[in-house]
Design a protein around this ligand. Structure first.
Ligand SMILES: [Zn+2]
Ligand SMILES: [Zn+2]
Length: 96
């Protein structure tokens, strides 16, 4: 299944409450340690977790790992990685 997503720029300064960073939140719940960028054809190392919404779909927010270049992508794009919901999940480190 290919998902099409859009970066949400206004949310990147919100700190993650359940993990150290949003990228860690993604890693902890996706079970991958060194993710590459989620952008469809990109093989660069992901440098941050970006908030996205799915295009034409629900209005939930998700985290995906992206490289520096694709963190700035302003148009919708297809991804090859899992999307992780932004709420606290099973894999999250902090319990409070
Ligand atoms: Zn978390
Ligand atoms: Zn990329």
């Amino acid at each position: 299944m290919i998902y099409t997503v859009l970066n949400l720029f206004r949310t990147t300064s919100n700190p993650c409450k359940c993990c150290d960073t949003w990228l860690d939140h993604w890693k902890n719940n996706a079970g991958q340690k060194d993710p590459v960028c989620a952008y469809k054809d990109c093989q660069k190392q992901a440098t941050a977790g970006s908030h996205v919404t799915r295009d034409n779909s629900d209005f939930f927010w998700y985290i995906i790992p992206l490289c520096d270049e694709h963190l700035k992508a302003r148009d919708v794009f297809e991804i090859k990685s899992k999307m992780i919901k932004i709420k606290k999940l099973e894999g999250c480190k902090r319990t409070n």
